[in-house]
Design a protein around this ligand. Structure first.
Ligand code: ZN
Ligand code: ZN
Length: 59
């Protein structure tokens, strides 16, 4: 299993890494990608707490 690079958020729709310049916006899908500020994994819009690391998500 390959670990994703830390500090990179991956778009859940196209699985492309969202660059720091465009973050949190995916240029390919034209959607805002929600990512955990701590572990940088993608979140669903309803998540208040990261399901991966438990960090609180800011609105
Ligand atoms: Zn995308
Ligand atoms: Zn997290």
């Amino acid at each position: 299993m390959t670990e994703k690079k830390a500090g990179q958020c991956v778009c859940p729709f196209c699985e492309t890494e969202v660059g720091e310049e465009s973050w949190p916006f995916c240029d390919i899908c034209k959607v805002t990608v929600l990512c955990c500020p701590k572990c940088h994994k993608s979140l669903s819009r309803e998540d208040r707490v990261c399901p991966h690391c438990g960090a609180a998500i800011k609105e």
